[in-house]
Design a protein around this ligand. Structure first.
Ligand code: GLN
Length: 381
């Protein structure tokens, strides 16, 4: 029997796949994996159909359909006051995850160190490891999950090559504040450290907060790969289209990897999104749309014994369950799914060492009736 020397010996199947499969198996309401259960806009679906009928069915340009890159550039300039050249600084990717993998592979060489804040979205560490890099993680703690920048300073070595940030944050729903930006600027100044900024929830931000995109800060933007997604804002996670923005010399290296990983991304959806983006309401209205869902779900959770953590962005709501049980979060997540019919994500899955603060994550990107049904069940827990 031929044997494989595994590149990721510790990796199992992602928690999203595990929980969604379990939810389907037992017929539970799925508030685990983050995706909407309502329809994608009929207008956007019609634009995809039109693009297919008009013959946009062959390979897209390697870097993405140019009118889409132009719209991305305009949107970025309008929102964050930064100009990214559509020709040389923007690449359309097969979702955020591919963009993240490509950006990490672009700059990480064996033994390079990458600082990751945990809980962290689960695709960062594997990409670093496959590239031969070393994960240097800093664990953040509930309830506020703030980054302790003096601890970050201690983690920096002459091998630190990248810091990964994610705001609005999955799974904790926290956001970077101006103080975080100041501290980050201070730390990376005069050092060869890249930033990977996962901003896929950029439009889902609440309570009058602004999104501190790296694009807003020229000194940070100069070293950043900014990752964004269309799946989240346009309620179409299955389409797997996102993008990466970075200064031209960084993007030129990114594309060397991108072209051999996917070559290009499906064309008709790019064509459709390029038209859809022309109406800024399609993305500016999102924070209000999701804020209503957040508030509705939180109101429902008030009748349960779960204790809510703050939610400033993203479509996730985390809770503590100390009043309910002292079992492990994974165990409770399984029990909620099987016995109460509501699937959730145990937040320990986002810590490299499996640290368990007894926190669960719910996704509230769901129809009101789904949230109602889920709350009815959670009240019984
Ligand atoms: N981003 C989504 C989540 O956090 C789904 C990710 C995935 O399934 N890979 O739930």
């Amino acid at each position: 029997m031929i044997s494989i020397n595994s590149k990721l010996p510790q990796a199992g199947t992602t928690i999203f796949t595990v929980m969604s499969a379990l939810a389907a198996e037992v017929g539970a309401i799925n508030l685990s994996q983050g995706f909407p259960d309502y329809e994608t806009s009929p207008e956007l679906i019609e634009l995809v159909n039109q693009a297919m009928r008009k013959g946009y069915n062959q390979y897209a340009p390697m870097a993405g359909y140019l009118p889409l890159r132009e719209e991305i550039s305009k949107k970025t300039e309008k929102l964050y006051g930064a100009y990214y050249n559509p020709d040389t600084e923007i690449t359309v990717t097969a979702g955020g995850t591919q963009a993240i993998y490509t950006a990490i592979t672009t700059v990480i060489n064996p033994n390079d160190e990458v600082i990751v804040f945990e809980p962290a979205f689960d695709c960062y560490a594997p990409a670093i490891k496959v590239a031969g890099g070393m994960v240097r993680s800093l664990e953040l703690e509930p309830p506020d999950y703030r980054i302790k920048w003096d601890m970050v300073k201690k983690l920096i070595s002459n091998r630190t090559r990248m810091i990964i940030l994610n705001s609005p944050h999955n799974p904790t729903a926290t956001i970077l504040q101006k103080e975080d930006i100041d501290a980050l600027q201070d730390i990376v100044k005069n050092r060869d450290i890249f930033i990977l900024s996962d901003e896929v929830y950029e439009h889902l931000i609440y309570d009058g907060n602004i999104h501190h995109s790296m694009a807003r800060y020229p000194d940070l933007a100069a070293r950043s790969f900014i990752i964004a997604s269309f799946g989240k804002p346009f309620h179409a996670t299955g389409w797997k289209v996102g993008y990466c923005m970075a200064p031209a010399p960084l993007m030129s290296e990114f594309r060397k990897i991108h072209q051999f990983l996917v070559f290009c991304v499906n064309l008709p959806i790019q064509v459709a999104i390029s038209s859809y983006l022309k109406n800024e309401e399609h993305y500016l209205g999102l924070s209000e749309f999701f804020r209503e869902k957040r508030d509705y779900f939180r109101k429902g959770l008030e009748s349960t014994r779960f204790e809510m953590l703050p939610c400033s962005g993203s479509y996730f709501q985390s809770v503590r369950y100390g009043r309910i049980s002292d079992e492990k979060d994974l165990q409770l997540a399984m029990r909620l799914t099987k016995d109460f019919g509501v699937a959730v994500i145990p937040v320990s899955a986002f810590y490299g060492k499996g640290t368990d603060h007894h926190v669960l994550r719910f996704c509230f990107a769901k129809k009101q009736e789904t949230l109602d049904k889920a709350v009815d069940r959670l009240i019984k827990v």
